[in-house]
Design a protein around this ligand. Sequence first.
Ligand code: LMR
Length: 395
Amino acid sequence: MLDKLEPLPADTILGLAAACRADPNPDKVDLTVGIYMDEHGVCPVFDAVRQAQRDLIAQETTKAYMPPAGDEAFNRGMQRLVLGEDSAVLRDGRVGSVQAPGGCGALRIGAEIIYAASRDARVWVSDPTWPVHFPLLGSVGLSFETYRYYNPASHGVDFDGMVEDLKHAVPGDVVLLHGCCHNPCGADLSLEQWGVIADMAQQQGFTPFIDIAYQGLGDGLDQDAAGLRLLVERLPEVIIAASCSKNMGLYRERAGLAMFICRNEANAQALVSQALVAARRIYSMPPAHGALLAGRVLADDELALSWRTELESMCVRINGLRRDLRQKLEASSGQDFGFIEREKGMFSFLGLTAKQTLRLRDEFSVYMLDSSRINVAGVNARNMDYLAAAVAAVL
Ligand code: LMR
């Protein structure tokens, strides 16, 4: 039976990361997967997470299953982090949440809930979007529509195109939005534009589904959640998938949260019960370690302050890298790369063709996605000149 199955091509992002790992060139540059890397090219463990881990290991008495909805301290802490300390929907009990295996698990639980509510729901995704959105949501049975988002010519958001396309979203449709630090383009909506989307959702009756995986890595924790909070304030229903992979460096621990902002408390509780049944169907209960660490960090003033400070320094460094990379690329190529400095978070498109990215890989061991998406956090003082010269050579 099994020998009928053919090998499949590697994942477009993870496959390239593996190819880079296997490349023996000592000058190779890895700009593939969205992982924060420090000046030494290392993805660090936050000090606060290290401390929480020491405490957890010293105090842990069991490896029994987690409760199906996950760790309470994690759920509470993440709700406040994403929605804000003084969130009215939290006060009113309108939020249901379940811990999930990473942001992907949270997206999947969100998709299961959407499908349970309406099998015909169409999910509107930005063009472009993170490619894994399609299998994650599509394999539940949901169908997709796309809305214009990034204009490669202007290197910015095509907001008129987005609004025009979303005029066709109807009640029962879901609009998937990137909370901040858009993956793959780094171009985010302004607060005014979030306001327009809120108006449209109110008037047309579609439901926003917000994927927020990079909170704290654009402008700061609160600033990056401002658009999301505006929607949550104004709309009766919002679905959110949040992740601790990037902003707490818990990538491999798979710590995420699915949140459902509902019309009332009874509805929020109903959705949690639905999410638990969906989770039981797929993976039963969430993994413990990452969420227990994040829950401890968020609940402890000293650890939380240490974590926030370290995260802020990462955010400042990424924005500094964006500034420096823009200058180097402009100096080496004579072309305008000002958009890199305007964009937010880990990702930007360099604006190269697939052929040019292939040349960068083959001739210079510089690895980025075929779309020319780079992970800005893979750049450092040692590889920046080499990268800028390589890009100029293929332009
Ligand atoms: C990325 O886009 O590189 C990250 O979100 C990691 C992943 O799983 O693709």
